[in-house]
Design a binder for this molecule. Structure first.
Ligand code: ZN
Length: 122
C-alpha cells in the first residue's frame, strides 16, 4: 500500500463546490478526449482529417446540407451523427420529394462513399 498518495476524497459531498473544474472536452464525432478550443464543439485531429467540414458542422449545427454518394445519389439533409463507418443523416421534413424513399427515421450512408458534401441551402 502506498502512503505517499494524498487523500483527495472530499468528506461530505462538497464536490459540487468545485466550480472551476470542467469536464474534459471530447470529440463531437468520435468521443475521444481532445483539446478545448473556445466554447465551440471540438473535433479531434483524426476526425478533422477524415470528415468533410460540412459533415462535421452538421453534427452540431442543424441546417441545410447536401452530399453526393459514389452512386450519384444526392441527398439533402438537416443533421447527422457518426456511427462508425456510417453517417446517419436526418431530414426534418426537408425536401421530401428529393428522396427515393421517405426515410422517416433518417438514413445511414457509408462515409467512404461520400463524393462531396456541402453546407447551405441549394
Ligand atoms: Zn474524433
Amino acid at each position: 500500500m502506498s502512503n505517499t498518495k494524498p487523500s483527495a476524497s472530499p468528506d461530505a459531498g462538497d464536490a459540487s463546490a468545485d466550480s472551476g473544474v470542467r469536464t474534459a472536452p471530447v470529440c463531437f464525432a468520435c468521443g475521444v478526449p481532445c483539446e478545448e478550443r473556445n466554447e465551440k464543439p471540438v473535433y479531434c485531429p483524426a476526425c478533422e482529417r477524415r470528415y468533410p467540414q460540412s459533415l462535421l458542422k452538421s453534427l452540431h449545427d442543424p441546417f441545410h446540407y447536401s452530399l453526393q454518394l459514389r452512386g450519384g445519389e444526392i441527398i439533402r439533409f438537416t443533421a447527422a451523427r457518426i456511427n462508425g463507418e456510417f453517417a446517419h443523416l436526418m431530414f426534418d421534413d426537408l425536401y421530401p420529394a428529393n428522396r427515393p424513399f421517405p426515410f422517416e427515421r433518417g438514413v445511414d450512408v457509408r462515409i467512404a462513399d461520400i463524393v462531396w458534401s456541402a453546407d447551405g441551402k441549394h
